[in-house]
Design a protein around this ligand. Structure first.
Ligand code: HEC
Length: 194
């Protein structure tokens, strides 16, 4: 019994002296010298773009080519597939509901729907900046309540004719002159930082 408790004490001491500092040390490293927020945003942006592209090519375009089902804005009522833009927005809402503080959405200075317009001066400046120079994201730290967030806006290009045809022809779109390759808006990503 005595031996066992002695062993326990030695075990705990060993843990506290050797193992715990190691973990505390590596924990500190993660927060103090961890991945820069811009890199984290780049990772998240890469995943969002990959999902959108693959959903468009492997689901929407494939199902439409085989005349199985089309993607339509009123997909719920028409029993069709959500548009890729709607899929991205839905995915952003789902992630937001997970409570990690991570948010992302599609936005534009000329949105079809007002809700997709800039909601803050930062977003307005970011969407204007990527319109001017789409080669790099517009990013910075913002404060929401007591929490700081890293926020980045990435240019969203009209990569196919379907982008411009649909937006230029949409009844609610007041911008009707999009051309192939234009920056149509941006992907806005934000997450909490210390
Ligand atoms: C078949 C129609 C259609 C196609 C094709 C389409 N979009 Fe959209 N897009 C929409 C609709 C509708 C919304 C608004 C969705 C919502 O808020 O529910 C939207 C939203 C957006 C937004 C957010 C701002 C806004 O206008 O509301 C951007 C940016 C955008 N689309 C870019 C693109 C790009 C880039 C492509 C091509 C890769 C594309 N869209 C293809 C219909 C389309």
């Amino acid at each position: 019994m005595k031996r066992a408790s002695m062993g326990t004490i030695i075990g705990i001491t060993f843990f506290v002296l050797l193992v715990f500092p190691f973990h505390a040390g590596s924990g500190e490293q993660t927060t103090a010298e961890g991945i820069p927020p811009q890199v984290v945003a780049d990772y998240i942006h890469a995943i969002i773009q990959a999902d959108r592209t693959l959903y468009t090519t492997h689901v929407v375009e494939r199902m439409e080519a085989h005349q199985v089902v089309t993607s339509q804005e009123y997909w719920k009522q028409t029993k069709s597939l959500p548009l890729p833009a709607q899929m991205l927005l839905l995915s952003g809402l789902n992630v937001e509901q997970q409570g990690l503080g991570l948010q992302f959405r599609l936005a534009s200075l000329h949105p079809i729907y007002e809700k997709n317009g800039p909601t803050t001066d930062f977003e307005k400046a970011g969407l204007a900046a990527v319109l001017e120079d789409p080669s790099r994201p517009y990013s910075g730290i913002i404060q929401r309540g007591t929490q700081k967030f890293f926020k980045a806006v990435y240019a969203d290009h009209a990569v196919s004719v379907s982008c411009i045809n649909c937006h230029n022809g949409h009844v609610l779109s007041y911008k009707k002159d999009y051309k192939l390759g234009d920056v149509m808006g941006g992907i806005v990503i934000s997450f909490p930082v210390q």
